[in-house]
Design a protein around this ligand. Sequence first.
Ligand code: HEM
Length: 513
Amino acid sequence: MALILLDYVFVLVLLFLVYSFWRRRNSDLPLPPGPRGLPVLGNALQIPQERPWLVYAEWAKQYGSLTHLTAFGTHLIIINDRKTAHDLLDRRNAIYNGRVHMTFAGEIVGWEKSVAMLQGPRHIQTRRMGQTLMSLASVQQQCGERMTAEAHRLLKNLLDKPQEWMDHYRSSAGAFIMLTTYGTEPGKEQDALIAEAKEVVERFSVAATPGNWIVDFIPILKYVPAWVPGFRFNATGKTWRSQLEHLVHSPFNKVKTLMEKHAAPPSLAANFLESNPAQNEELIRWLCGSLFAAGADTTVGALASFTLAMTKFPLAQRAAQAELDRVVGRDRLPVFADFEHMPYLHALVKEVLRWGIIVPMGFPHRLSSPEQDTYDGYRIPAGALLLPNAWAMSRDTGVYGADVEVFRPERYLEMKELQGMAYGMAYGSPVFGFGGRVCLGQHVAYATLLVQIASILAAFDISPPVGKDGKLAVPGEVGFSSGVVSHPEHFETVIRPRSAEAKELVQAANAFE
Ligand code: HEM
């Protein structure tokens, strides 16, 4: 017996020694390469504010797939290729699904309860509650009819005031999410909520911009009273917080009141409340509030990218319209049942998401384990923020071919098994993020884009304006704005009905809805 015990002790000591040796060896590993920084500040002054994805892609040529930076002691690691992102953020999701802690946006303004900022068990629990959003089929079943009706309203607005297309995209995206999340029908109440939400989301961008708030670097400052000169941010944060809370609570409370009277229209909020225990109500409230914040601006950006692509690449537009005419005909508007017979439409929507990638730097993931990690001969310190350069990944010639800057949906039809699919990208590019934090609304977004893009192309032609010389003035290089969500900058386009019959179809569709 004593001998067996000794054997155990011996094996344990051996294991401990091997582990200690392994740890020492790994902690001796270098950090990934990157530009040299200054003491204390690190690379803070070199971090690009304007279109950082372009600068990081340039640095990648020098430093490789991982680039290391520091800012005030925080380690930032840029991931520039899909395989590395897959190895770390997808396959080691259990340790790379943390988020950065933002004192101002999170604690003071209150966004820490939103899905995108939650961490740990509450994050996992909230995502589980959003199960109904987890497949394209269930999204179509739950929301398909309302999406189609909203697409028809968008067509009517484009018919009446085509030059205000961007405003129509914005109100359509907002209206659709309000309708789906809370069942709020178009009208004054919905318009007011959309306006309120727009302001709250814009403020989130300001609140979450790194470097805007000193309290993010020195958290103890959150305790300084707002009347102390130079510390107004605490008062600003308080005002923004009450606006955010109003937006999260008021439509949700209305759904609850209507449910008590058995008069609530179908909505995700009602569905989540019915299918989850009552003690989860706070999480459900914030899940619903998060859908608007994360979904409205992104969908608008994708539609703007689509419009730019159609203005610049007429062949893709003609091919999609030919498919629509063949499958749907010209005497009705498309519906979801048509889309399974329309491979070109699917390829076009995927190409919009890849070519005009609207979340070019993804969202940062934090290495949440207390231990450092190692990858490819480098060490990744505990707490490091990993920033996926989704733009660079969407321009990988090894995956998408040499013509990555051309809008060419055919690439998705030609590649039998697109290489990128092997990395678990449901829609052919890294646009929806990674691992356990992959966009919760990806199927909602994809379904919305399918029906809106198919409806627009069935009823309208999109083309460049005619210049003073009588020729088509095709926009040249159009930049994309900086920011978490990046939209194409201003360009001129003309949206007009394809025919008198198409115009009548749009009017008829809206007469019945
Ligand atoms: C084209 C449209 C969209 C794009 C490109 C997009 C992209 C993204 C990306 C890149 C992330 C971060 C993923 C990561 O951390 O790795 C994300 C997160 C998220 N998205 Fe989307 N999104 C879109 C539309 C939507 C819509 C319509 C909704 C809601 C219905 C939505 C809800 C969310 C939520 C709740 C998160 C947070 C997920 C989490 O942290 O667990 N998104 N999205």
